[in-house]
Design a protein around this ligand. Structure first.
Ligand code: WQD
Length: 341
C-alpha cells in the first residue's frame, strides 16, 4: 500500500526532523526539502537509524517554483508541513530584506504550487512570539497578537495573515498555523536532536554544551524580573510532543475541514518554568553541577509566556505527554552522542 507522501520543508532541522519521525510512525511517507543553510546531513543519518530506511531528501531552495512543482509531481505530494525559514531573531534585525524574501517568499511560492497541484493541506510553523509580552497568562489563541519586536517575529505574523487571507479569498486550501512555545529535548534514541550552528542562543542547548565542557559558564540573563525567582518564565515543550502535534493537526485537516479552512492552535504544555528552574532540573536529572552566573537582561526578552493549550486538546485531540525532566534528560543524551569524540 502506498503511504501518503507529506512534504516537510526544512525537514533536516530540529523540529522538522522530529516531525518526519512522527509522520512515519503515523503511517505517512515524509519527503524532505531542505537547503541545509541551517541544518546538517547528520539529521538524515539519524532518521535512517530511527526509521530503518532513507527518507527522500531534496537539497533545494523552497523559493524556486519549478523545483517545488517537480517535487510535487515526482513524489505525489498529498500535504505539506512548512518549517523552512530563517529564525535567528538578532540576525533578522540586521538583514530584514533577506528574512522577508526567504520566509515570506518561500511561503507564497509554496501556496502557488499547492494550488497549481490541487494539494490543499498545509501546516504552518508559527510561534508564541506573536503574543509578545502577554497582559494575561496563560495565553489562548484569542490573546491579542502584539506588534512584532523583531523582523523574524514579523515574518511569522505576516505569514499567518497571508494564510488567513488566501483562505478567506475562497481558495481550495485547508491550513493550520501552529504557535510553538519553546521546543526542547531530543528523540529518546539520541540519533537526532538540536544542532545549533555556532554559539547557541537558546537556553537548553547552551546548558547541555556547557555541561559537556564545550562552553563556559551559563549566563542567566537577568534575575530581577517580576517572577517568583526573578528569572523569565517560558513553556518548554518536548520536541517529540511538538512533532506529534503536527500529525494531529494534519489528521484534523484531512478528517473534518471541508475544502477551505484556516485555524490557529497553541502548542505548549500549559506549564511555565523559570530559567533557574530549568537549570536546577537539569542538575537533578543529570547529576551534573552547572556553572552559571547572573548577567544583565537580554534585550527583547519577554518576562513570562506560557500556553493555554485547551483548544489543541479539545479540537486536535493532542496534549503534551512528556515532562521537562524527560526533555532535559533526552537533550543531555543527545549532547553526549552528538559530541562524542
Ligand atoms: C529562554 C529564556 C532567556 C540563553 C526563542 C525565540 C522564539 C522561539 C523559541 C522560534 C529567556 C534565557 C537564554 C542563555 C539565558 N524560536 N536564557 N541564558 O527567547 O524564549 O525564544 O526560541 O520560534 O522565537 O525567540 O528562548 O531559549 O533563547 O530563552 O538566561 O544563555 O532563557 O533570557 O528568558 P526564547 P531562549
Amino acid at each position: 500500500m502506498t503511504l501518503p507522501s507529506i512534504l516537510v520543508t526544512g525537514g533536516a532541522g530540529f523540529i522538522g526532523s522530529h516531525t518526519a519521525v512522527a509522520l512515519a510512525e503515523a503511517g505517512y511517507r515524509p519527503v524532505i526539502l531542505d537547503d541545509f543553510s541551517n541544518s546538517s546531513q547528520r539529521a538524515l543519518d539519524g532518521l535512517q537509524q530511527i526509521l530503518g530506511y532513507t527518507v527522500p531528501c531534496y537539497t533545494k531552495d523552497c523559493n524556486d517554483h519549478a523545483i517545488l512543482l517537480d517535487i510535487f509531481q515526482r513524489e505525489n505530494i498529498r500535504g505539506v508541513i512548512h518549517f523552512a525559514a530563517f529564525k535567528a531573531v538578532g540576525e533578522s534585525m540586521q538583514e530584514p530584506l533577506r528574512y522577508y524574501r526567504n520566509n515570506l517568499g518561500s511561503l507564497i511560492t509554496l501556496l502557488e504550487v499547492m494550488l497549481e497541484m490541487n494539494v490543499p493541506d498545509l501546516i504552518f510553523s508559527s510561534s508564541c512570539t506573536v503574543y509578545g509580552e502577554p497582559a494575561v497568562l496563560p495565553v489562548t489563541e484569542a490573546s491579542p497578537v502584539q506588534p512584532a519586536t523583531s523582523v523574524y517575529g514579523n515574518t511569522k505574523q505576516v505569514g499567518e495573515e497571508i494564510l488567513r487571507d488566501v483562505v478567506a479569498a475562497g481558495k481550495p486550501l485547508r491550513i493550520i498555523s501552529l504557535r510553538y512555545f519553546n521546543p526542547v529535548g531530543a528523540h529518546p534514541t539520541g540519533y537526532i536532536g538540536e544542532l545549533p550552528l555556532g554559539v547557541p542562543n537558546n537556553l537548553v542547548p547552551f546548558i547541555t554544551q556547557s555541561a559537556a565542557g564545550l562552553r563556559g559558564p551559563i549566563t542567566i540573563f537577568g534575575n530581577d524580573y517580576p517572577t517568583p525567582d526573578g528569572t523569565c518564565v517560558r513553556d518548554y515543550i518536548h520536541v517529540m510532543d511538538l512533532a506529534e502535534a503536527h500529525v494531529a493537526a494534519l489528521q484534523n485537516l484531512q478528517k473534518n475541514s471541508g475544502n477551505n479552512h484556516y485555524d490557529v492552535f497553541n502548542v505548549g504544555t500549559g506549564q511555565g518554568a523559570s530559567v533557574l528552574e530549568v537549570v536546577q532540573t537539569f542538575e537533578e536529572v543529570t547529576g551534573h553541577k552547572l556553572n552559571y552566573h547572573v548577567g544583565p537582561r537580554r534585550a527583547g526578552d519577554v518576562v513570562s509566556v506560557f500556553a493555554d493549550a485547551t483548544k489543541s486538546r479539545e479540537q486536535l485531540g493532542w496534549t503534551a505527554k512528556r515532562s521537562l525532566r524527560e526533555a532535559l534528560a533526552d537533550a543531555w543524551r543527545w549532547e553526549l552522542v552528538v559530541n562524542r569524540p
